[in-house]
Design a protein around this ligand. Structure first.
Ligand SMILES: Cc1cc2nc3c(=O)[nH]c(=O)nc-3n(C[C@H](O)[C@H](O)[C@H](O)COP(=O)(O)O)c2cc1C
Ligand code: SF4
Ligand code: SF4
Length: 237
């Protein structure tokens, strides 16, 4: 079974590329039960050098008794601490993370856009790179990571800098360009966006997946003072 978290589609695409015939796949928000005789894999984006917070909580809540456990991070740069975190979460359950790797993908964050040339190079080579990982998984390759507790000081400091200092991006709003298409409401994986008094409102349980801001057809969503531009727009095709 593959469990994925994806904001702008990179991790979902990688997860689907790794899927074996007949294997189950689940979005991290779904009810999940893992059978003892199946492999289990986590595919997710790296956020501020770590695993998305909501996925950490989900992993802690799921009972895993699998014969082979793997994790594939997708990142604009590198895996940071994230594979150590998954290894730690497995250790909490008394099992090993057997394999981990990171695939470089276009950056979904509007602060650090990947250039157009690199974006097309990364997308052109995606399926070949995913196939390489799939072959390693098929051979049950072992690549271990030292278990380290999620959200160490460096991760917390990165999130603080990122959310509070750079553009105060934790404050989310919608400007007058909104045409009430409700794409953001329907697409938010954690039901964080609703219509109140005829306006789009953010409820305060955001996972910072950037799906809404990157998929708004009118570019009407703001994270702090930042909006999406031609240079920073990215959604996996
Ligand atoms: C809030 C946020 C934080 C991010 N932090 C990092 C990071 O620390 N390191 C990195 O290499 N990429 C970082 N990225 C880029 C994403 O990990 C990368 O684009 C990923 O493939 C997105 O996957 P998705 O399309 O499945 O959401 C960040 C993206 C966002 C939105
Ligand atoms: S996706 Fe954009 S235009 Fe559509 S409702 Fe949300 S903010 Fe408004
Ligand atoms: S509000 Fe936007 S960024 Fe936050 S979880 Fe929902 S879709 Fe993702």
């Amino acid at each position: 079974m593959i469990i994925y978290f994806s904001g702008t589609g990179n991790s979902e695409s990688v997860a689907r590329g790794l899927l074996k015939e007949g294997e189950r796949i689940a979005d991290w928000t779904e009810e999940i039960s893992v059978a003892a005789d199946e492999r289990v894999g986590f595919v997710f984006p790296v956020y501020c050098g770590d695993v998305p917070k909501g996925l950490i909580e989900k992993i802690r809540a799921v009972r895993i008794d699998a014969e082979y456990v793997f994790a594939v991070a997708t990142a604009g740069g590198n895996a940071g601490h994230s594979l150590n975190s998954i290894s730690y979460l497995m250790k909490e359950k008394g099992i090993d993370l057997d394999y981990g790797t990171c695939l470089k993908m276009p950056d979904s964050c509007i602060l650090f856009p990947t250039s157009a040339a690199e974006t097309s190079q990364l997308l052109d080579t995606e399926s070949a790179r995913v196939n390489e990982v799939a072959a390693e998984l098929d051979s049950k390759k072992i690549v271990r990571f030292a278990p380290k507790k999620p959200f160490p000081f460096q991760t917390k400091a990165m999130w603080f800098f990122f959310r509070k200092v750079v553009g105060r991006i934790s404050e989310k709003s919608v400007d007058e360009k909104c045409v009430m298409c409700l794409k953001c409401v329907e697409g938010c994986p954690v039901d964080n966006i609703e219509v109140r008094d005829g306006k789009i409102v953010f409820k305060g349980k955001c996972e910072d997946c950037y799906r809404c801001i990157q998929s708004c057809p009118e570019r009407a969503i703001r994270f702090g003072s930042l909006t999406v531009t031609d240079k920073t727009h990215y959604i996996h095709p």
